[in-house]
Write a protein that binds this ligand. Structure first.
Ligand SMILES: Nc1ncnc2c1ncn2[C@@H]1O[C@H](COP(=O)(O)OP(=O)(O)OP(=O)(O)O)[C@@H](O)[C@H]1O
Ligand SMILES: [Mg+2]
Length: 344
């Protein structure tokens, strides 16, 4: 039996992958330009929108290029130390660092050069390595998935900014939920992040999803399109609906209750629990019509136009609602409205 090409696991590049080249290329082109317009970029999006997969796709493209050295860092660890460890552990760079007088033996590994005073500060060691790499025309991409404003991340970002100012070829690509990125960039010492581009992941292309479903399930274009629209281009929903169709061998419409159950269990409950009670009230007031006029929500909640703008803008940035037409709002996630109605 053919194995299921759809996957329910998070953070892993799925076999059924829908290209995001349009958004990814924007970042790639900028990073690879002779004169990069920016060296830091952040990808935001709601849970399950595909941030981790987008980050890996971009990192893998650069990994395939000999000019690039890609290092994935875990935001929970000591990031500067891990970066130094990763760089000095790479066999292909050993030769380059041999004469850089770097002593990393205090990390438990290292390159030692006789007769030179050892470098024991991690920042100095990193700087030497990065200078070597920059001189030999290499570029270093550091990726950090799921950042938030922790001591570790703030410390790293602030040192990164110094290295960048010193003209070193380093690039930083991070992902995070909008609220976490927002908090990080508002740190007084990290205003450079405020100016860095933030790419909000767009829904996957409906025509490409349709194509994938059509090939996989031998259904006609009309059915495949209806199925694709049901996912609203939400990455996780695309996988779940495909997965269910593949395993259950039932018409897809009969699978919608199970589809709801997956969405609820694996993402919507989590998204909901992270919202403020006011956000929840606004979303609840949106349920009566879809799309809904902003004016009607305001009336229902008895909110002023200015007061409402704050909530509107936050929900838009989180990727939970979108504005289909001027003065209107609608839910961005498939069957989220039904979920909200069940939750209130
Ligand atoms: N481009 C894509 N094409 C098809 N499926 C995708 C794509 N990107 C992500 N997915 C699928 O969507 C789901 C979520 O992806 P991913 O783990 O990257 O999301 P995320 O935004 O990092 O979520 P979280 O905020 O929980 O970390 C996974 O099942 C993944 O296989
Ligand atoms: Mg992720």
């Amino acid at each position: 039996m053919k194995r299921n090409p759809f996957s329910l696991s998070f953070g892993k590049e799925p076999e059924s992958y829908i290209s995001r080249d349009f958004q990814n290329n924007e970042i790639l082109e900028s990073f690879t330009a002779d004169n990069p317009a920016y060296q830091v970029c952040m990808i935001t999006g709601v849970r399950g929108s595909g941030k981790t997969v987008a980050l890996s796709a971009i990192a893998n493209r650069l990994r395939a290029d000999a000019q690039w050295i890609v290092v994935d860092l875990n935001p929970e660890r000591d990031l500067l130390k891990m970066l130094a460890a990763e760089l000095s552990n790479r066999k292909d760079l050993l030769e380059l660092f041999r004469d850089a007088r770097i002593n990393l033996s205090f990390l438990g590994f290292g390159i030692e050069i006789d007769g030179e005073p050892p470098v024991t500060d991690i920042v100095v060691a990193l700087r030497r390595m990065l200078e070597k790499l920059t001189k030999s025309g290499k570029r270093v991409l550091i990726t950090i998935d799921e950042v938030s404003s922790t001591q570790q991340v703030r410390e790293f970002a602030s040192q990164f900014q110094i290295f960048m100012r010193e003209g070193l070829n380093i690039f930083l690509l991070m992902t995070g939920l909008y609220e976490n990125i927002y908090e990080l960039q508002n740190e007084k010492t990290l205003t450079f992040l405020y100016r860095a581009p933030k790419i909000a992941l767009k829904p996957l292309s409906i025509p490409l999803i349709m194509q994938k479903y059509k090939e996989e399930f031998e259904i006609n274009e009309e059915e495949a399109l209806a199925m694709a629209k049901e996912t609203m281009g939400y990455s996780y929903a695309f996988q779940v609906l495909g997965y269910l169709c593949f395993t259950r061998e039932k018409p897809w419409r009969e699978l919608l209750p199970e589809f709801d159950a997956y969405l609820e269990e694996y993402v919507y409950e989590k998204i909901w629990s992270e919202l403020s009670s006011k956000d929840k009230t606004v979303l609840s007031a949106m349920c009566e019509e879809n799309p809904v006029k902003v004016e009607n929500i305001r009336k229902r909640l008895n909110m002023s136009s200015n007061g409402f703008t704050v909530y509107r803008s936050r929900l838009l940035k989180k990727g939970i609602v979108y504005s289909p037409n001027f003065g209107q709002l609608a839910f961005s996630l498939p069957r989220f409205r039904e979920f909200v109605m069940r939750s209130i």
